[in-house]
Design a protein around this ligand. Structure first.
Ligand code: HEM
Length: 415
């Protein structure tokens, strides 16, 4: 018997509709940072903390297959994505993404994105107002497509960026945003699948050897077979889309520089350690991934709580990034904390925990930090006005975003 009573009421609705605060609040009230729940009719357990991360990422405990609801795979990740695989199938597919962990690839993405940013800024200066979130997305789309070797006409960067943003924006709702996300995914999957067909058949411009389309087209799964054009397209999008998701963090960085302008000076100075600390604090402090879900691979016990095989296990990502025991003053925006002590692997988990080579942790974390470091410095060096606008970030909306998109006017570059 479970040492702790499991509720009969289902928590799926409050978990989603309650936004970022609901799960962390429940866990905060629990002395062992563990809460039994019922999610989608099944017994569930929510956990947090570095030891919980190790437990969650142990494949003997948790599987991903069948853990991610269709509305999420149908918008955010794509059907058949690496996120949904386990064991040997996961490890083999993950090889497609592991080069992203290498320093030269991280620098390569950052160079292309910062070049696209530098090209865009004079155009911003000529306009009466600029929505930073949208412009950052266009810049990131141009940069990542150039880096990855994904063809993109100059005139289509804005519409592709809008589709990639929509796919992320609509995964946690069943309203109009969700249907926009599905249409956007269908368009971009079709486009990437055509690219894979072209690479395989030798039609169109040759994909550079080692480029992402060339690698996805030639990748073989654990069963020895090539990916279908659809699955290859899904995985191409699993690099391009989350890179463009960094625009959420760019808008959050602008928000932080506006609320606490003292950080601007230190970023402008170009101290790389401070830029890294700032990037980590943006990823820790601001809400993005709320929690992660997996399926119990067998009957499990965690701190005296049981969850049967097939039950749901939730890792409280946002709650862990704001856990008082880990951070002391979690609701203070304080990059300095990361200069005082670099984060342990399983403490700071905005992009998942454990080892990205063997588990599901985000292989794009280095790319994200690299992009945020360089774009935060560029943002700090940019002169602009912040007119009256709605800068609230609602914790009820998943994914959260600066409501106005962060509008700036009178943009000009400092030397
Ligand atoms: C997985 C967050 C940027 C590629 C993940 C996961 C999270 C995450 C929470 C799931 C971890 C898990 O299931 O255990 C983010 C955030 C980003 C970001 C917040 C920045 C805004 C990137 C970038 C790339 C990327 C830039 C690629 C260039 C992936 C892939 C996976 C993944 C391929 C699946 C890994 C697997 O299942 O093995 N990301 N990510 N992400 N991310 Fe990211």
């Amino acid at each position: 018997m479970d040492a702790h009573r499991r509720p009969l009421t289902d928590h799926t609705l409050p978990l989603i509709a309650g936004g970022y605060a609901w799960l962390p609040q429940r866990l905060r009230q629990s002395p062992d940072r563990t809460v039994p729940l019922r999610v989608m009719g099944r017994p569930a357990l929510a956990l947090r903390g570095p030891d919980a991360v190790k437990f969650f990422y142990d494949e003997h405990n948790i599987h991903r297959h069948g853990a991610i609801p269709e509305p999420v795979t149908g918008t955010l990740f794509g059907h058949g994505a690496v996120h949904t695989l386990d064991g040997a199938a996961h490890r083999r597919r993950k090889e497609l993404f592991l080069p992203l962990l290498e320093a030269d690839r991280i620098t390569g993405v950052a160079e292309q994105v910062t070049a696209a940013w530098d090209e865009a800024v004079p155009g911003w200066a000529a306009r009466s107002r600029v929505v930073l979130f949208d412009e950052a997305a266009t810049v990131l789309t141009r940069g990542v497509c150039r880096w990855a070797g994904v063809p993109l006409e100059d005139g289509e960067a804005g519409s592709v960026a809008a589709d990639l943003l929509a796919m992320i924006d609509g995964f946690a709702t069943l309203g109009p945003r969700h249907w926009r996300a599905r249409r956007a995914r269908a368009r971009q999957e079709a486009r990437m699948a055509r690219l894979i067909d072209d690479v395989r058949s030798g039609r169109g411009p040759a994909a550079a050897p080692g480029s992402l389309p060339a690698r996805a087209a030639a990748h073989r799964d654990a069963d020895g077979g090539l990916l279908t054009p659809h699955t290859a397209a899904v995985e191409l999008l699993n690099v391009v889309r989350p890179t463009v998701a960094v625009s959420w963090f760019v808008a959050f960085a602008a928000h932080a520089l506006h609320r606490w302008p003292g950080h601007r000076e230190r970023l402008r100075d170009g101290d790389p350690a401070y830029a890294t600390a700032f990037a980590h604090e943006v990823r820790r402090f601001y809400p993005f991934a709320p929690f992660l879900g997996g399926r119990a691979a067998r009957d499990l016990t965690w701190r005296g709580h049981e969850v049967p095989a097939g039950g749901t296990v939730l890792l409280d990502v946002f709650g862990q990034n704001h856990d008082e025991d880990l951070w002391g003053d979690p609701y203070a925006f304080r990059p300095q904390r990361f200069l005082e002590r670099p984060p342990e692997r399983d403490e700071l988990i905005p992009q998942g925990g454990s080892d990205p080579r063997t588990g599901h942790r985000c292989p794009g974390e280095g790319v994200t930090v690299g992009l945020l470091e360089s774009l935060a410095v560029r943002l700090a060096r940019l002169e602009y006005e912040v007119p009256d606008q709605d800068l609230r970030i609602s914790l009820r909306r998943i994914p959260a975003r600066v409501r106005s998109g962060f509008v700036v006017t009178d943009v000009h570059e400092t030397g």
